[in-house]
Design a protein. Sequence first.
Length: 701
Amino acid sequence: MSQIPVFCWITSTVLDHVLRTHQSGPLPQTLTDMYAHFLLVQTHRRRNLRTTHDGAADTELLLKLGRLAFEHLQTGNIMFYQEDLEQVGLDLSEASVYSGLCTEIFKRESVFNQSVYCFIHLSVQEFLAAVYLHHCFSHNKGVVRRFLGETDTKKISQKYISPNKFLIKSVEKSLQSPNGHLDLFVRFLHGLSLESNHRLLGALLSPVDQSEITKAIKNLKEMSSEKVSPNRSINIFHCLMELKDQSVQQQIQDFLKSGGGSKVELSEIQCSALAYMLQMSEQVLEELDLKKYNTSPQGKLRLIPAVRNCRKAVFNNCGLSKVHCEVVASALSSSPSHLRKLDLSENKLSASSVSVLCAGLKSPHCQLSTLRSVSGLLRDCGLTKISCSSLASALKSNPSHLTELKLGYNKDLSDSGVSHLCDFLQMSDCRLQTLSLWGCRLSEISCSSLASALKSNPSHLTELELRDNRLSDSGVSHLCDFLQRSDCRLQTLGSVHCLCVRAQVSHLFSFYFYVFSKELDFKQFVKNSIVYYCNYSVSILLMTFTLQDVCLFVCFICFFSGLNHFIYSLFRLGDCGLSEISCSSLASALKSNPSHLTELELSFNTDLSDSGVSHLCDFLQMSDCRLQTLRLSDCGLSEICCSSLASALKSNPSHLTELSLNNNTDLSDSGVSHLCDFLQRSDCRLQSLRSVHCLCVRAQV
C-alpha cells in the first residue's frame, strides 16, 4: 500500500492529526485502523466548520456514501452518475453546505458535459462499503443475507446469523470472485469487527463479542482454498492480521529464524503467511523448492506467490493449474524480474497454461536463463506441437537469456513441434547451451531440422540429448555433418542408442569421439546404447570383436594417441557385460596414461572374474596411478582377487580411499586376511570399505 500515493496522503493526514491533537493511545496498527482514523479526521474537520454539531447527520451522510459504495462495488463499478446518487438519497448540493467530507473523499469530473462521480481511490470505496455492510449486520439483515447469496425472501431479515458466520461467509464469497474485487473489502469487514474501531466510528458500528472474534480467527486458520489462486489465499492471512492476530506471523518469523527446516510441519495458513513474508523480504530468495517444505499439497501451492522474489523455483510434480501459471508468468514479467531458473516438470499443463507462461517469457523484463528440471524443465508436461509453437514464438521475442531448455518425455511434441523450436535455435542472438528432447517421438526429420538450425548458429550449444527417439542412420548422417564443423562446440551427445539400427563405423566413431570428451559412463553409453540394440559383429573392423568391443576400442585410441584433453577423471563401466578380455584391454589403455583417472566403476560385470581383476592390478601398482575409488561389486570374484588387490595396493597405497566388493559371494576368510594386511599399513588411506558382508562366512574379529 505504501506504493500508492493516495495511501501515503491518508497516512500523513492521520499522523498529522494525531500529533497536532496530542492523542494518547496506540497509533494505527492495521489498514482498517488507518482508514477508520482517516474517516474520523475528515468528520472532525467537517464539524469544526459548522456552527452546530449534528452527529446524526454525519452518520446519515456516511451511510448514504457507504450504500453507494457497497452496491456498486459488487458489480465492479467505480463511476457514478446523478441518478445513482439520487437512488441512495445523496444530495451533493446539500452536502456541500457542510463543506468538507464529500469533497475530501468524493470527487466530480465533467465528461462530455455530464457530471461523473467517483471516490478518490478504490480503497476508500471498499472501506465505506465495509462500514455500510457492517452497519447492516445489526440494522438490516436482509442486505447481509443477499450479499452472502441467500435468496429465500421469506422472513430473510429475521434469521439469525452469528458474527463469526458472517465473516467467514464473506471470505468464502470473496474467494469465489475471479478477479479479487472483494478482497480488500473483506479485510476491512474483519478489522471493523474489533472493539477499538467501534469506539472510533461510534454509531456506524455495533460491537462484536470477543468470543465470536476468537471463533473467526480459528476458522480462518483452518480455511481451505482449493482451486483458488494462491495469490488470493494470502488474503485469508491478511484478514487475520486485520483482526490483530499475529500468532501465524510470529510462527513464520520463528520458522525463518530457525533456518526453515523440513522438520517443521506448516499449515496452509502458515504457508500463505510465509509466501507473503518472502515476497515482502528485501533479500531475494536463492531457491524456492516446494518439495523441501513439510506441508500438504494445498499448502505447497499456497507458497507459489513467493516466486516473485526468488532466483530459482522448483515446482515439479505439484499439480500446477492455469491460475498457478498466471502467478509464475507475473513473476517473469515483473520489473525487476529476479527469476533465473524455473522447474515446472511433471505437471500436466494445458494449452492455456502454456500460453499464459509464454506471455511471461515474451516480456522484455524476463531474464530467465534455465527452463529445466532434474530431468528437464517442462519435462513430461504434456506439451504438443501447438504448445511448442507458442513456446518458440515466446523465446524468439526474448532469445538472448535462455541457456538451458529441457522438454523430455513430451511424447506429443513430434517432428513438427521441433521444427518450431528450430526457428528459435537458428536466431543469431540465441544463446542456448543445453537442449534435451529425450523421448519426444522424434524421427530423422527432426535430425535434419536440428542439424540445419545448428549449422546456422553453431557456436553455443554444448549439450544435446536425443535418447529414446526413433532416429535412423540418415538422422545420424545429418547430425554428423554438424559435428564435423570446426565451429561446433558440442561436448555431450547423450546416450545416442536411439540414433541407428545399424551403425555405420564412421558415424560410430564420430559420436563416441564427442561422447568421451565428457564423463565416460559406459553403463549409459554402451549397455543402453547402440550396442544393446544392434548386437551384431563388426567383421569389417575386427573379425572376432562385438560392437561393444569397438566402442571400447574407440576409447582406447584416444588414450594411446595421447589426446589428454579427452581424458577425464571418471570412468564408468558398470553393468556393461565386460569379460576378462575387456579388462585386459582396459588395463593396457590405463597403463599408457595412468595419472588422470580417479574413479573406476566396474560393478555388476559378473564375467569379470579374478583373472580380469589381475590385469587391473598391474595398473593399480604403478607409481603414477592416482585412482581414489574402485568399485568391483557383484563381479564373481573370489579370495584370489583379494590377494592380487592387496599386493597391488601395498605397492601404491597412498591414493585409494574407497573400495567396494559387495556381493562377491566366493570371497572367504582368507580373502579378508589379505585385505587386513593392507589395512594395517600406516600409509593406507582407505576411508570406505563398502558393505563387506560378502567377504566372509565367519568374520574374524
